[in-house]
Design a protein around this ligand. Structure first.
Ligand SMILES: Nc1ncnc2c1ncn2[C@@H]1O[C@H](COP(=O)(O)OP(=O)(O)O)[C@@H](O)[C@H]1O
Ligand SMILES: C[C@@](O)(CCOP(=O)(O)OP(=O)(O)O)CC(=O)O
Length: 452
């Protein structure tokens, strides 16, 4: 490869399928966003920063204070030792770098330098200064604090990071023969790394969207990777035999055929997604454990509600596909429909599906006691319905106080954002400047990042 390459991967919004997506029985609807995570990877020719025989992956995240991690690889008595030599912790980078290296098992020494950039939508924009690339194509915000001190907006920064770094490293060590990216390998390695870093097997919708872009997603069976994450190498990491056994099992798992759904999807033409970040926020793991406990304790309540919520989700998925199909088959009527929304029954299906999802999420809130669509968000989403051009909105993902997602007619989007700023009801909402961008992980031009 030429000595420098760049890649990017998108953030996500889970419009339908929160909680249900944890179960491989249900489909969810995930929109990939124009807020993306980026990496520039360079091969370092200079040997001075590596010890003899040692390999190095250095990662710099210049938008955050102290964003520098160095992973040194040393082979001693047949066993690979990986040390973060700055004494710093970034579990997602550590997991990604070590999983890719275990999967590839490189025989030659390597010395790689990675620089991470994240688009403005991922983090709070307070106390930042903008910096532009020399050619003006990229603008990133530089923060006054460290990565774990700056508030997140919930677009899935760790999934974006893991996927883009996996893409860069796999493409360096094992580029696909046809020059394309090997999406399935990237996906499988990234899911394993993300679970390993989080010490739990989540649904993985954020990782899958970062790889494949906007998708209808049904998860993989957790048992597929359970044994890998409990491998004895994690309690005896410098044991050469265990390392070998782990690497073999990792390769077999990554290269096997995963049964999961990642069918591409797109929002219908002229319908735009707006994401409103809400000051405050909720802790997803607490909500998830409350819901799962209720689901287990009260199957008589949860089973019918999960069924109803799934029906509402499926009907949203169906009506979005139906509208997309309508646009491609009869554009002029579709455009008239966009202009006279309430008169067209196909748009009516969409707004009804959103209403049904919301009423089921409110029931979930009431029965489980977990604040999925709390009263404040109910009021906010109801207020959104009265804004000109709004087709309705939901609490995305785990819900709570984090964010709202609205579907709006694109002509009205900017007016809706500016208009709502004047209203008391929207004072804690910051509309993020982003939209759907269907593409998953892709190669970029490294020249667009020079000077940052
Ligand atoms: N730009 C970045 N540079 C370095 N590490 C990052 C960056 N963005 C995210 N991370 C890693 O991901 C972690 C955040 O992950 P997580 O808490 O799962 O949030 P999210 O919901 O945004 O994925 C950070 O603490 C850091 O370890
Ligand atoms: C509850 C969930 O199904 C969805 C959570 O979605 P969010 O988009 O809220 O995720 P975070 O960015 O981690 O807060 C849990 C899961 O699928 O893992």
């Amino acid at each position: 490869m030429s000595s420098r390459k760049a890649y990017s991967a998108p953030g996500k919004a889970l419009l339908a399928g929160g909680y249900l997506v944890l179960d491989p029985a249900y489909n969810s609807y995930v929109t990939a966003l124009s807020a993306r995570m980026h990496v520039v990877i360079e091969v370092q020719e200079n040997e001075s920063d590596t010890e003899k025989d040692a390999s190095l992956v250095k990662v710099v995240s210049p938008q955050f204070e102290g964003g520098e991690w160095e992973f040194r690889f040393n082979k001693k008595e047949g066993a690979q030792q990986i040390v973060e030599s700055n004494g710093k912790n970034n579990p997602f980078l550590q997991a990604t770098v070590s999983t890719v290296i275990a999967y590839i098992n490189p025989t030659e020494k390597f010395n790689l330098h990675l620089t991470i950039f994240s688009d403005p939508g991922y983090h709070s924009q307070e106390n930042t200064r903008p910096k532009y690339s020399i050619n003006g194509k990229r603008k990133f915000l530089y923060h006054a604090g460290a990565i774990n001190e700056v508030a997140k907006t919930g677009l899935g920064s760790s999934a974006g990071l893991v996927v883009v770094v996996t893409t860069a490293l796999l493409n360096y060590f094992k580029p696909a023969e046809d020059g394309n990216l090997n999406y399935n390998t990237i996906h499988n390695v990234a899911q394993i790394s993300h679970c390993y870093a989080q010490k739990k097997i989540g649904s993985g919708f954020d990782v899958a969207a970062a790889v494949y872009g906007s998708i209808i997603y049904r998860r993989f069976q957790p048992s597929l990777i359970e044994n890998l994450l409990q491998h004895p190498v994690f309690t005896d990491p410098r044991n050469a035999d265990l390392q070998q056994d782990y690497a073999l099992k990792l390769q077999q798992t990554v290269d096997s055929n995963w049964d999961f759904n990642h069918a591409p999807c797109t929002l219908p033409a002229h319908i735009r997604l707006l994401m409103g970040d809400i000051q405050g926020g909720s802790e997803t793991p607490k909500l998830v454990s409350k819901i799962l406990k209720w689901k287990k304790d009260k199957p008589e309540e949860s089973e019918p509600l999960y069924r109803d919520l799934n029906n509402a989700n499926e009907s949203l998925i169906h009506s979005l596909a139906e509208l997309h199909q309508f646009y491609t088959s009869d554009m002029s009527t579709y455009l008239k429909g966009i202009a006279y929304l309430s008169e067209n029954c196909k748009f009516f299906h969409l707004t009804e599906a959103i209403k049904n999802i919301r009423s089921n999420l409110r029931k979930l809130t009431e029965l489980s006691g977990a604040a999925v669509e709390p009263k404040e968000q109910t009021k906010l989403l109801d207020d959104c319905n009265s804004l000109h051009g709004s087709l309705g909105g939901v609490v995305p993902g785990a819900g709570g106080y984090d964010a709202i997602s609205l579907l709006v007619v694109d002509d009205s989007a900017s007016q809706l954002c500016t208009g709502s700023r004047e209203l008391e009801a929207f004072k804690q909402v910051t509309w993020l400047t982003l939209q759907e961008e269907q593409r998953g992980t892709i190669a970029e031009n490294y020249k667009d990042y020079l000077g940052l």
